[in-house]
Design a protein around this ligand. Structure first.
Ligand code: B12
Ligand code: SF4
Ligand code: SF4
Length: 375
């Protein structure tokens, strides 16, 4: 086995599978580990306990593959159509999530193909492909493998490719020749992402307080979204692309031809009122294979109610009254808030009727406030 040839062939295979960037770095301690600890200690991870529960595992990629010697870092672009402007009653899904397939599934299939090829090519080769969910600081290893730099918005950026790509890694026990780490930062004096963030989620450049990030609020948070952050959600139903949309390096980012990443007809943008017609079975049928499944029906309808409240969309009142009578307290609370924002007789009457039978204390409180707002 000639390691240089194996690395070159591996990268060529990765390119055929749709990975636009590929680079190798040695498996070593994560230099960003102390920063990760600092970040967790600051409370910036909020309820993402899966990060702190296995913090120790982030120290070295051997916790992902015991025999690891090299890490092949990969990037797969997902930019497709441009987002259409939302009309009242419509909401936005982040570009990475609006397609018919979940990127974890799409990329795992490709990583399996790459791993099968490597095992067949080199006897004794061990490997494991990961995307997103393993304890690996993917952006840091991507910098080490020469893929780009971490921008002030904390995402990995590459001059020609921008940042609309997923990162993935193939860990192997082979000693492959390493690429040169990316040593420069091309953000310069720009601060477009920091200034544009609707919820001011960056306490300083290169640091994100996830508890304020719309992506966290709409996808990861299982509870009510803090009231002071709700207006910042604007039209965002799931995820947020603002700090990437404004980044100058994304203006010429390449397009992806991957069918699973093209927006579904009804998801650029989404009809929010129609979402309130979906019961559990209807929600499952529509979203089971989409990234939106992660938020479950209760999270998506919570978000939809907040967007409708932000839009003060009167035609949404019947849908929100449905939400006010839903089985899920989270949906009832958000719908009450939205009705309060829209206000008027119909909204107030519905809120007053609901408070009489509302069993949940927290939601009762939300309804009382909403009645005050609606008056
Ligand atoms: C948890 C998580 C989130 C959280 C927290 C995000 C975050 N920035 O950490 C939330 C839910 C908010 C989130 C949102 C999004 N995410 Co996310 N997320 C992750 C995940 C699973 C772990 C990230 C992590 O470990 N964070 C921990 C902290 C410590 O990282 P950090 O703040 O960036 O700190 C590092 C450096 O910035 C630096 N550092 C820290 N402090 C300081 C201070 C100074 C002064 C300096 C110089 C450096 C520095 O050191 C740290 C360690 O390396 C990764 C996948 C993975 N396994 O890596 C995907 C990942 C980062 N997410 C991704 C994406 C696409 C998104 C969204 C764009 C989705 C969307 N459209 O809604 C948004 C973008 C929001 C944003 N601006 O970051 C992609 C990013 C691809 C890319 N081009 O970079 C990843 C890599 C997933 C993937 N496999 O493709 N995500
Ligand atoms: S994803 Fe949106 S909310 Fe999160 S940091 Fe970027 S601009 Fe701010
Ligand atoms: S918007 Fe500007 S500061 Fe932010 S990541 Fe892009 S280049 Fe860097």
């Amino acid at each position: 086995m000639n390691p240089s040839l194996v690395a070159a062939d591996l990268k060529a295979r990765a390119a055929e599978l749709g990975f636009a960037l590929a680079g190798v770095c040695p498996a070593r301690d994560a230099a960003g580990y102390p920063k990760l600890q600092e970040w967790l200690a600051s409370g910036y991870a909020g309820q993402m306990h899966y990060l702190s529960n296995r913090a120790e595992a982030y120290r070295h990629p051997r916790s992902v593959l015991e025999s690891v010697r090299s890490v092949l870092m990969l990037a797969m672009p997902y930019r497709t159509e441009e987002p259409k402007e939302c009309q009242p009653g419509e909401g936005r899904i982040s570009r990475y999530a609006w397609g018919p397939g979940d990127y974890h599934d799409v990329i795992h299939d490709k990583l399996h193909a790459l791993a099968d090829w490597l095992r067949a090519e080199v006897s004794g080769a061990e490997c494991r492909g990961v995307v997103d969910s393993a304890p690996l600081l993917e952006r840091e290893f991507a910098v080490a493998a020469g893929l780009g730099w971490i921008g002030k918005n904390t995402l990995l950026l590459n001059k020609p490719a921008g940042s609309y790509f997923f990162l993935a890694a193939l860990l192997t026990n082979l000693d492959l020749p390493a690429d040169a780490p990316f040593a420069t930062d091309h953000c310069g004096t720009c601060r477009a992402c920091l200034d544009a963030c609707p919820t001011q989620a960056f306490p300083q450049p290169y640091v994100l307080d996830a508890t304020k990030c719309i992506s966290y609020l709409t996808i990861e948070l299982r509870e009510a979204i803090p009231e002071e952050l709700r207006p910042g959600l604007g039209d965002w139903l799931f995820g947020c692309d603002v700090c990437q949309d404004v980044c100058p390096w994304n203006h010429r980012a390449p397009l992806s031809g991957e069918l699973s990443f093209q927006p579904r007809d009804d998801e650029n943008p989404v009809d929010l009122i129609a979402l309130f017609e979906l019961d559990d079975a209807g929600f499952k049928a529509r979203f089971r294979h989409s990234p939106l499944w992660r938020s479950k029906r209760r999270g998506i309808l919570r978000n939809a109610a907040i967007v409708l409240g932000n839009q003060q969309h009167e035609a949404a009142i019947p849908a929100l009254i449905r939400g006010l009578n839903d089985n899920e307290p989270l949906i009832r609370g958000a719908s009450a808030w939205a009705l309060g924002k829209i206000g008027g007789d119909a909204a107030r009457t519905a809120l007053q009727a609901r408070i009489v039978v509302e069993p949940h204390l927290e939601v009762k409180g939300e309804i009382e406030i909403a009645i005050g707002n609606a008056s």
